[in-house]
Design a protein around this ligand. Structure first.
Ligand SMILES: CC(=O)SCCNC(=O)CCNC(=O)[C@H](O)C(C)(C)COP(=O)(O)OP(=O)(O)OC[C@H]1O[C@@H](n2cnc3c(N)ncnc32)[C@H](O)[C@@H]1OP(=O)(O)O
Length: 456
């Protein structure tokens, strides 16, 4: 992107004609960092100056980052060969993370994690986001990514583009000293509390994070945790471990608690505290990132530490799976004032590849009639067939449909966290074969709730 160069060559697969007149797509590169940060700070208000951000890690993958420029005649420039030179301002952008091994029920799939969607407030509601989504989906197809996932800044934005609410997360505030049920073996753990440091803890965190996603029940079974994405790129890793003072406000540097059994790490949580001295005494607050434990005993040990830090009165984990062990460990779950929020939204980009990539929690043989306004070749009838927890195949068929649904509902049900029966009860899945909805609901569900423990 440049303000004085002619437009970049058209990006392959980009449907530029969807943009309003005088707007154009442009590939963004590291040279555009300052313009990207300026736009981002205008769209997502922030007290941090661009000058403070330019030297900090940026999570974006540049080759997947696309801008939109607004072209206006330059009033200060003389015509060149009869043409008036144009000024080109960056007014919108979007990017996506390349999740090459995104966990789906019983497996992994390449998923595009849509992110940094931003349209300048002076250019909104003219269809720029709509054009960017068309482009994004076209590029997913080109790259062979059958799914896209995102966190929605506002919940009303993405349904119209075929993204369904596919996972929820749990927000809680645990009072200090919250009573926890005993778990045999928990007391055998030892505890380390250290300043979080990539050099020292990077491998430990990546290893435990991956293992707990592959085997969240701690029993070496066949069920993984859908949505439990890893920070796969070097940029996301750098961002995760960056603890610059500019982002801290009144909090301490990030620390990590690691619980170990016989010297072997079994769980961790990164956290930081803020401390306030009040007439009644110290009133510190603990905020954590993912609270990760390989089994129930490690989870009990870890939560025991977090809920008993001196000078604090509460612990606030960032986001938790709705079925996190702590919901069962708490003697008084109401004391944690639980609240549910939407977590991942999922868009099925290629029906056959997406439905083949996952496994099913019951034997399945169902014909779905899918409608998709944006990606017309997803529309039609698809048969999904497979054994419980085994490989499955999905292919186009001429057979009569058992169920009908929009691609948005397929996305909502895809990770196993939203029941097809519930969507049917809300009027968004139609049953044509008696009993098909109940059977498909059981098959599309998953024993472990989907969630991504960090927001991308
Ligand atoms: C995955 C992520 O990155 S989430 C981050 C999303 N970004 C933000 O929230 C930042 C602040 N907002 C913005 O940048 C912009 O307003 C955006 C990206 C939300 C929308 O961009 P626009 O270019 O205005 O959207 P566009 O004009 O294509 O709107 C398409 C439709 O969505 C609707 N829409 C757009 N934004 C919203 C919203 N926040 N809530 C409800 N509806 C919305 C429009 O009304 C329009 O509806 P219509 O087709 O019935 O007329």
């Amino acid at each position: 992107m440049s303000h004085d160069r002619p437009p970049e060559p058209t990006t392959p697969g980009v449907t530029a004609d969807r943009l309003p007149p005088r707007y154009a797509f442009t590939d963004l590169q590291v040279e555009d960092l300052r313009a990207v940060l300026e736009l981002d700070g205008t769209v997502f208000p922030s007290p941090v100056e661009v000058d403070e951000l330019v030297d900090r890690p940026l999570p974006l993958t540049w080759p997947r980052t696309l801008g939109v420029v607004h072209e206006v005649p330059d009033p200060a420039a003389e015509p060149v060969d009869g043409a008036v030179p144009v000024l080109r301002d960056l007014v919108a952008l979007h990017s996506s993370y390349p999740f090459s091994r995104f966990p789906v029920p019983g497996g992994v799939a390449p998923v595009a994690g849509l992110t940094w969607v931003a349209v300048h407030p002076g250019h909104r509601r003219q269809g720029i986001l709509t054009a960017m989504i068309h482009t994004h989906l076209a590029r997913c197809r080109e790259r062979g990514e059958p799914l896209s996932a995102l966190f929605a800044a506002e919940a009303a934005i993405y349904g119209r583009f075929g993204y369904g609410r596919a996972a929820d997360d749990l927000r809680v505030t645990l009072p200090r000293g919250a009573r926890l049920r005993d778990v045999p073996g928990a007391a055998r753990h030892t505890v380390r509390i250290e300043r979080a440091d990539r050099e020292r803890h990077g491998d430990l965190v990546a290893d435990l994070h991956r293992r707990v996603g592959d085997d969240p029940t701690g029993h070496g079974g066949v069920v993984n945790r859908p949505g439990w994405a890893a920070r796969e790129t070097p940029e996301l890793q750098a961002m995760f471990w960056d603890d610059a003072k500019v982002f801290r406000k009144d909090r301490e540097p990030t620390r990590i608690v690691v619980v170990e059994l016989d010297g072997e790490p079994r769980g961790y949580a990164r956290f930081h505290r803020t401390l306030s001295w009040e007439p009644s005494g110290p009133r510190g607050s603990v905020r954590t990132g993912e609270v990760v434990a390989l089994d129930a005993a490690a989870a009990r040990a870890l939560w025991g530490v977090l809920t008993d830090l001196d000078l604090t009165h509460e612990v606030v984990p960032f986001v938790l799976p709705v079925d996190d062990a702590v919901t069962h460990l708490l003697v008084d779950p109401r004391s944690a004032t639980p609240r549910i929020a939407d977590n991942l939204w999922v868009r099925v980009v290629d029906v056959a590849d997406a439905l083949t990539a996952r496994r099913y929690a019951a034997d399945v043989d169902v014909v779905l009639h899918v409608t998709d306004e944006l990606l017309g070749d997803n529309t039609g009838r698809w048969r999904v067939r497979g054994d419980a927890f085994g490989p499955a195949v999905a292919h186009r068929t001429d057979d009569a449909a058992d169920l009908s649904l929009d691609v948005r509902e397929l996305g909502a049900a895809y990770l196993g966290g939203t029941s097809l029966a519930a969507l049917g009860a809300a009027g968004f899945v139609a049953e044509h074969t008696p009993g098909a909805l109940a059977r498909a609901s059981a098959a599309f569900s998953w024993p472990v709730a989907p969630v991504c423990g960090w927001v991308f």
